[in-house]
Design a protein around this ligand. Structure first.
Ligand SMILES: C[S@@+](CC[C@H](N)C(=O)[O-])C[C@H]1O[C@@H](n2cnc3c(N)ncnc32)[C@H](O)[C@@H]1O
Length: 234
């Protein structure tokens, strides 16, 4: 029987602008001067890189209550943990963007260190990195033009109450005009099948006056976890 990719905790594990571009199907040069909420931000180097391009990015994550040394410790442990789990299920991966486990690990460490360097400069001001937890965000309606939400809402659904995904999507759509979510599969599920109650979620979003579009993403590392959801107000 195939082993499932089952993570016992929501990991502090992040990606770079290059992965974000493919995951969310975004050309970030179109977003210069605009505002983006990245939630969860995790230890992604995305916000640092996007800010360097002139995009106003705010990253939100509950782990931002911690100081940089603590986050470096958590992030380093989680890279080891996630990669050991990937090693056990490596046939469920597409090895093209990352060539092999070694390449993946080096890439993750590079991203974590880039994030920590930036976080060290900004964490105390709580301006670029804000500690908060979905489904509640400390922002006014329409604060951002776009929200990106990677590797939490569907991926880690098993760690939250059933209503978490829909409540979080509605909250993201309250504070941002457009919301992009990747991927649309739970980590441990059979990824040839849709997320268990995706249609229920889609119907709830429609009822709240939101449009939902699902597109093939340009990023596929977990085989089958290859779609992005785009939510907009009608
Ligand atoms: C796997 S990381 C994803 C980071 C980044 N978005 C990416 O795709 O690379 C998942 C993150 O979700 C954060 N998280 C856990 N519970 C959360 C919540 N209720 N609201 C927002 N973020 C949460 C964790 O702290 C962790 O940093």
């Amino acid at each position: 029987m195939t082993q499932s990719f089952n993570l016992e905790r929501v990991t502090f594990y992040g990606r770079s602008l290059s992965e974000y571009k493919q995951m969310f199907l975004l050309d970030f040069s179109d977003w210069v001067g605009k505002s983006i909420l990245d939630c969860p931000g995790g230890p992604a180097s995305f916000s640092r890189e996007a800010r360097q391009m002139g995009i106003e990015v705010c990253a939100v994550d509950p782990q931002y209550v911690n100081n940089p040394d603590k986050l470096l410790e958590i992030g380093s442990q989680d890279i080891g943990y996630v990669i050991s789990k990937i090693a056990q299920t490596s046939e469920q991966r597409k090895w093209d963007y990352y060539q092999n486990l070694e390449h993946l690990k080096n890439r993750q460490l590079e991203i974590l260190h880039s994030f920590i360097e930036d976080y060290r400069n900004h964490w105390q001001s709580q301006s670029y990195y804000i500690a908060a937890s979905l489904p509640y965000l400390p922002f006014e309606d329409n604060t951002f033009e776009l929200a990106t939400s990677g590797h939490l809402l569907f991926s880690f659904q098993a760690h939250f109450p059933k209503t978490f995904t829909i409540d979080s999507l509605l909250e993201l759509a309250r504070v941002a005009r457009e919301v992009r979510v990747f991927p649309l599969r739970a980590n441990e599920q059979d990824r040839s099948k849709p997320f268990a109650y995706f249609e229920e979620i889609r119907a709830s979003l429609h009822q709240q006056g939101l449009t939902v579009e699902v597109k093939p993403s340009a990023f596929e590392f977990q085989v089958g976890a290859n779609e992005v959801m785009i939510v907009k107000r009608i």
